[in-house]
Design a protein around this ligand. Structure first.
Ligand SMILES: Cc1ncc(COP(=O)(O)O)c(C=O)c1O
Length: 362
């Protein structure tokens, strides 16, 4: 292990837990500022004192299949599923577990799974846990996906895994086209909406909803720890999918259910983020100012772990909190700064940041 750690250090990608305070946030996933809002905190505190309908226990006391279930959780799941236009939803403790649970449970040896080469580590992990052989297709490449669909005919089912907004480079998936391909080739589409919900679509319902595909997709994953400012995740689909997950998704079955503070936070954010129209407009304005991405995630290429880390340090000395994506998280040579825009960022700060980046060259 020590040798492995030393190798990492030499490659310039040794992971270290850091705290950075007092810098302007261009790094977190708190796109709407909800995580730091008084509104979210206050709403949870108000609900806290055991309003009728909330479970009385502070901790959940067990897994959902044992003592960690309540009528309150069922109502919350139904509410979120209906909001996003689905028949059913199942809460998971976080997005990582949702993707592992869903993808790990869904496939058999007779199936095949195609995935965009840039999907998140949690989807990759889920694919690894599942039984089906899997093949990547080039990032955002419809032709390559179609080639895969034409070539790989199997006895079982075919799945396609994508993100609606890619967390690494901030690009939006051509959802309608991918949905049409999935339909034409009778494939099951799975969409991770981790970074899109809250930010895009009417009332922040996400890109799947915006594209008119809500309820039509086999499974959608929504996480609550990014624009929604809290923690946890839900898998949306139909009742049959929910029942399958309750029976076969190990990261759901064998873990203690979310405790009351998280559930109250989830309920609170679903009351608070839909009306945040002003914040979404402010975010859209910042995206326009930056002219670097179609979403709040901007990828600024800086080749090499050393160069990327040096630039992060330099920006910190100028007061900016920006983080890098280093290899092996991204391919070697494709290292970049991942700049996140937030409704609370000032236009002037963004301009100053872009000037600094440009001075340092791409
Ligand atoms: C695209 C994507 N999916 C899933 C996850 C995992 O979500 P969570 O942080 O809730 O575990 C992340 C988190 O970084 C993500 O970026």
């Amino acid at each position: 292990m020590q040798a492995e750690l030393e190798r990492r250090r030499q490659m310039g990608n040794l992971r270290i837990l850091k705290t950075r305070e007092g810098l302007i946030d261009f790094a977190s996933n708190d796109y709407l500022g909800l995580a730091r809002s008084e509104a979210l905190k206050q709403r949870v505190i108000e609900k806290w004192s055991a309003h009728p309908g909330t479970p009385s226990h502070f901790g959940s006391t067990g897994s959902r299949l044992l003592t960690g279930n309540s009528a309150y959780v069922h109502r919350l799941e139904d509410h979120i599923a209906t909001f996003h236009g689905y028949g059913a939803g199942l809460l998971f403790n976080c997005g990582y577990m949702a993707n592992c649970g869903l993808l790990g449970a869904m496939t058999t040896e007779e199936d095949v799974l195609f995935f965009d080469a840039h999907i998140h580590a949690s989807m990759r992990e889920g694919i690894r846990l599942g039984k089906a052989p899997s093949l990547p297709f080039r990032h955002q490449c419809l032709d390559h996906l179609e080639q895969r669909l034409k070539k790989f005919l199997v006895k079982g089912r075919r799945f396609i895994c994508i993100e609606s907004l890619y967390s690494t480079d901030g690009t939006l998936a051509p959802l309608k086209e991918i949905y049409q391909l999935a339909e034409s080739y009778q494939a099951h589409l799975i969409v991770d909406e981790a970074h899109a919900v809250g930010v895009f679509g009417p009332e922040g319902k996400g890109l799947v909803f915006r594209e008119g595909l809500a309820g039509k997709i086999f499974a959608q994953v929504v996480t609550f720890g990014k624009a929604l400012g809290i923690f946890g995740a839900i898998v949306l689909g139909d009742g049959a999918l929910k029942q399958a997950l309750v029976n076969f998704a190990r990261p759901y079955i064998y873990t203690t259910a979310l405790p009351l503070p998280c559930l109250l936070g989830i309920e609170a954010t679903y009351a608070l983020f839909p009306p945040l129209v002003k914040e979404r407009k402010q975010l859209a304005r910042l995206i326009q100012t930056a002219k670097l991405s179609e979403s709040p995630i901007v990828s600024w290429p800086v080749s090499g772990n050393g160069a990327a880390t040096d630039l992060v340090k330099k920006l910190a000395t100028e007061g900016f909190d920006v983080r890098a994506l280093l290899s092996p998280t991204v391919q070697r040579g494709k290292e970049c700064l991942r700049i996140c825009l937030h409704a609370f960022n000032e236009q002037e700060d963004l301009r100053r940041l872009i000037t600094l980046l440009e001075e340092n060259g791409r």
